[in-house]
Design a protein around this ligand. Structure first.
Ligand SMILES: [Zn+2]
Length: 307
């Protein structure tokens, strides 16, 4: 059975902490390097439900994508919700380790997992890491579809392949636009519109898109280089596929070292949005003649219409 320090060394080789963004807080939050590890749980968010799940599972190590303390802290008192997570973990001898932006830009990284979930062929990074001579690391991925689909069909594919959330999938742009190439970025992606536009892709799949950047990107692309469809999924749903990818990577390492680790992926939906109230009336735009671009998704798609 490996010690925590051995497992952490393997994780740091997959996702070197030095490759995290300056503002990020990655690495080990709590845990005794000499403790033995037999059971590992991967999750997106280090929230109380996940800490409780790790306890129930008998995990020794919880690995999350999001940091617990992104901006540092002066207290881990259990009277704070984050401190309660720390107490739960330490009382139950569970270590917490974070791989965030160092996992985003890795090869394979978070967006490779997102592309894989949708069966997209990855062509290369959307924002290449200049320090990677192979040109494979970086933020986001540019992908090709196996066959052209309309934006509406592509959004339905995302809804079917990504884990279900209350938000579902929103799309912006003409749903009948034909999509052959797509940029994907797990997590919040509206800072990447310049690169998306420069890549000349037909669509962009990401999360947390806001009104103005989304509106301006769609309007600008309609002039040049052509229509851009936006597919906005729940933040959690776009990053969850990484957990499965990362678990498979750790499984492989465990096999190679004869560690016999039991590696699990949490299926608990920790997206903060818990319900979606769709309007019972069509939005005003859908009633305008010739406004097919604002028609709802197919009625058999359970992801929720973009109203
Ligand atoms: Zn994220």
């Amino acid at each position: 059975m490996p010690r925590l320090s051995e497992v952490l060394a393997a994780l740091d080789a997959l996702w070197p902490p030095a490759r995290a963004e300056q503002w990020d807080a990655v690495g080990t939050v709590c845990g005794d390097p000499d403790a033995e590890v037999s059971r590992v749980l991967f999750a997106v968010d280090p929230v109380q439900e996940i800490a409780d799940e790790a306890v129930k599972l008998g995990a020794d190590l919880l690995i999350t994508h999001h940091p617990l303390y992104l901006r540092g802290t002066t207290t881990v008192a259990a009277s704070t919700f984050k401190g309660r997570v720390v107490h739960t973990l330490i009382k139950n001898d569970i270590a917490l380790h974070v791989a965030h932006t160092n996992a985003d830009t890795a090869d394979p990284g978070v967006s490779d997992a997102l592309a894989g979930a949708l069966d997209l062929r990855v062509v290369g990074p959307l924002v290449p890491d200049p320090t990677d001579p192979d040109g494979r690391r970086g933020l986001g991925r540019i992908c090709e579809l196996d066959h052209p689909q309309t934006l509406r069909e592509f959004a339905a594919r995302a809804a079917a392949r990504l884990p279900a959330t209350a938000q579902g999938i929103r799309l912006a742009g003409d749903p009948e636009t034909v999509v052959r190439t797509v940029a994907v970025s797990g997590g919040s992606g509206d800072s990447l519109f310049d690169q998306v536009r420069a890549a000349g892709v037909d669509a962009f799949l990401t999360a947390d898109l806001r009104h103005h950047p989304a509106s301006e990107a769609v309007q600008a692309a309609s002039l040049s280089p052509g229509p851009l469809g936006l597919v906005d999924a729940a933040h959690w749903a776009t990053e969850w596929p990484w957990c499965e990818q990362a678990a498979a990577q750790l499984d492989e390492i465990s096999d190679r070292h004869g560690w016999d680790l039991r590696v699990h992926v949490s299926k608990t939906v920790t997206d903060p949005w818990t319900a979606h109230a769709a309007s019972s009336l069509p939005s005003p735009a859908t009633t305008l003649p010739g406004s097919a671009a604002r028609a709802p998704l197919d009625s058999d798609d359970s992801s929720g219409a973009p109203n």
